[in-house]
Ligand binder design. Structure first.
Ligand code: GDP
Length: 320
């Protein structure tokens, strides 16, 4: 029986047919594996559960595609499985014939919805790197239409089932973007964070700020200005550089000290300055400043510190 000890953690369940890309997604997003290296990983053949402790303590449970949920099974208690799930992520290989996947998805939605009507169903139309721009949109339209027709037939119209579609690939940032949106829905404090980040932007020089989970590079919150892909990519690359630099000098310093919070600032050729400040719970604040003003930099640091203290208070973390 799958361990459901972590009842209060929002759980993300990753499902899909064999070879749809579930293990690869887990490895790339949560274990920093290079996308090309996923060519050689073994397909999932038994249920795996992994936990991640960051802003929310969420766990990702990956299930092998060939399992049949609708027959009594010695390994899986399907009812309990769906009860505690915040998001059901279903991966469809868009480069392959997907009709089988759609009927499997439909069965799962019907089953899961009966047990947990609040479940968020997130469909990843995956491996879109192999499709042309036009074909991606056609595929998305076709899949959305078919899923919605089936739901209407089953009298589960889209309005009842919370259903979202994402075009993804592990070879670009789309998979992180999709997971960011999926995870954000599971964070009860999200409006508070967004508000705090808006206040931070308006009182500092930041043009855009993200609160990132450093390990997965999923952003768990951002201010309310629109997210543009390039900015997001620059910020994630900056996290990599900052973490690498930090690791380089880690041995020499007392890295376990709680006072030791990483801060990294870098000025790009186009005049934009990137700021990274380590927060609590494996998070980092990454912000972008276009017009630097030397005098105001102390203010930025001060405001970031106030923001960090705000986070600590929200979680009742006592620094001492
Ligand atoms: P699983 O059985 O669902 O766990 O599938 P795997 O993770 O083993 O993936 C099956 C194959 O799909 C592997 O060879 C991966 O390299 C490949 N794959 C996964 N994601 C992508 C993607 O975004 N694009 C492409 N082109 N291939 C992918």
């Amino acid at each position: 029986i799958i361990n459901v000890s972590s009842l209060d953690r929002p759980k993300v369940l990753l499902m899909g047919l064999r070879r749809s890309g579930k293990s690869s997604i887990c490895k790339v997003v949560f274990h920093n594996m290079q996308p090309l290296d996923t060519l050689y990983i073994e397909s999932t053949s038994k249920p795996v559960e992994e936990e991640f402790n960051s802003l929310i303590d969420f766990s990702v449970q990956e299930l092998p595609g060939q399992l049949n949920f609708f027959e009594p099974d010695q390994y899986i208690d399907s009812d309990r499985l769906f009860q505690n799930v915040g998001a059901l992520v279903y991966v469809i290989d868009s480069q392959d014939e997907y009709l089988n996947a759609l009927s499997n998805l439909h069965n799962i939605i019907e089953y899961a919805f009966k047990i947990n009507p609040d479940i968020n169903v997130e469909v990843l139309i995956h491996k879109v790197d192999g499709l042309s721009e036009d074909f991606r949109l056609d595929t998305q339209r076709d899949i959305m239409q078919r899923v919605s027709d089936e739901l209407v037939d089953a009298r589960l119209d889209d309005g009842d089932v919370k259903l979202n579609f994402h075009l993804t690939s592990i070879f670009d940032h789309s998979i992180y973007e999709a997971f960011s949106r999926i995870i954000q829905k599971l964070i009860p404090e999200l409006p508070v964070f967004e508000n705090l980040l808006n206040v931070l932007c308006s009182h500092s020089l930041f043009e855009k700020v993200f609160l990132f989970d450093v390990n997965s590079k999923i952003y768990v919150a951002t201010d309310s200005s629109p997210v543009d892909n390039q900015t997001y990519e620059v910020c994630t690359d900056f996290i990599d550089v900052a973490v690498d630099l930090d690791n380089l000098y880690e041995n020499g310093s007392d890295s376990k000290s709680s006072e030791n919070t990483l801060k990294c600032v870098s000025k790009l050729q186009n005049g934009v300055t990137l700021h990274l400040h380590q927060m609590v719970k494996g998070l980092a604040l990454v912000g972008l400043i276009r017009k630097e003003n030397g005098q105001k930099m102390a203010l930025v640091d001060y405001n970031v510190q106030v923001f960090r203290e705000g986070l600590e208070r929200i979680w009742g973390i006592n620094k001492k």
